[in-house]
Design a protein around this ligand. Structure first.
Ligand SMILES: [Zn+2]
Length: 345
């Protein structure tokens, strides 16, 4: 550590980005909308000038006020676009482009996509900002059990703590290398403060362990992603592990889309610094913001990735459904919020 004489550029950038994400989230609906429109216009102007297949798709006479008339992008169209056209050119300041996940482009029926250095930085720092939103100590031990952790020898892979990346020890474990009972035993032994995990298999693993009277791990927060975090998992986590579940709604091509409200299990704050979310009817008609909190009206979720130029996503149909509120009923913050989220993974 060389501070106070110097601070590493990466560390300063992470702090600034995380602060900017949280400031934007707290800046009120009008400021958020205005900022997002600037990003939308910059993205459209770039695509029309520099990316021929997107120019053909969008046409040239686009009016930001008629955003809702832009075509909806289906998963199939996106896959075709990536397979046929590869990466789109990106502004020079976005840096180099990487295929994601690594090596995905060599496989048939690829579900790969491309990300610039710039987009990767913002995705990573948007996730980092969530530590502050949820009151986590980023230097506490963090475990992750996932099927996309690269295959490894031994029980886990340890990533040492890093002041540059602002994190403590991370223990990564491939989901498919061990049985559910082995995962629970490993967690009980290592006692991580936080656990990143897909909620569906983890709930099954907990139920089995509880039925066998196995020792259960103490965990502070479970960071769930992928499938929907159910109320029954939240109850079990609270009663059996002393943990709260903090869901992160994301998609691989865009990164975080919404983070659970820190004060309510029922709502998620849209990740407004990273993505624009719309909710539409089956017909594609945009739904007005939900007003009811009892039974809000749901629809299909469309995503526009505000910094993703290498594989652009504009009005991308995720296949997920939910209700969009103009403000968060869970904590009163004036930020777009989702409820009744159903992820169809
Ligand atoms: Zn909230």
């Amino acid at each position: 550590m060389i501070w106070p004489n110097e601070i590493s550029g990466a560390s300063a950038q992470r702090t600034v980005d995380a602060h900017a994400f949280l400031t934007l989230e707290h800046s009120g609906f009008d400021t958020i909308t205005q900022w997002q429109q600037q990003r939308q216009i910059a993205l459209l102007e770039w695509l029309i000038k520099q990316v021929p297949w997107w120019r053909d798709r969008l046409g040239t006479g686009i009016d930001i006020l008629r955003w809702h008339e832009l075509p909806i992008l289906s998963r199939l169209e996106l896959r075709k676009m990536v397979a046929l056209q590869g990466a789109a050119s990106v502004p020079a300041e976005h840096g180099t482009i990487t295929s994601m996940p690594p090596n995905a482009m060599q496989t048939a029926a690829s579900r790969g996509f491309y990300l610039s250095e710039f987009a990767q930085r913002l995705i990573s720092h948007a996730y980092y900002a969530d530590h502050q939103r949820q009151g986590r100590n980023p230097y506490a031990t963090h475990a992750c059990i996932a099927d996309d952790v690269p295959l490894h020898d031994g029980d886990h892979v340890i990533i040492p703590p890093s002041q540059i990346h602002g994190c403590g020890v991370q223990a990564l474990r491939n989901l498919d290398l061990f049985s559910k009972a082995q995962h629970i035993k490993w967690l009980s032994h290592h006692k991580p403060s936080y656990l990143t995990v897909q909620p569906d298999w983890f709930e099954v693993a907990l139920v089995h362990a509880f039925a066998r009277s196995d020792a259960l791990p103490e965990i502070r927060q479970i960071l769930s992603y992928g499938a929907t975090a159910t109320d029954s998992l939240r109850r079990k986590a609270r009663q059996w592990l002393g943990a709260t579940v903090r869901h992160r709604y994301s998609c691989p091509e865009c990164g975080p889309l919404a983070f659970q409200c820190p004060r309510s299990d029922a709502y998620l704050h849209v990740a407004v610094g990273n993505a624009l979310l719309e909710v539409v009817e089956e017909s594609g008609q945009v739904k007005p913001p939900a007003t009811s909190t009892e039974s809000p009206s749901t629809g299909r979720i469309l995503v526009t990735a505000l910094h993703q130029y290498a594989t652009p996503l504009i009005r991308y149909d995720t296949g997920d459904t939910g209700a969009l509120h103009a403000g968060c009923p869970g904590c009163g913050l004036d930020v777009p919020a989702l409820s009744v989220l159903r992820q169809n993974v």
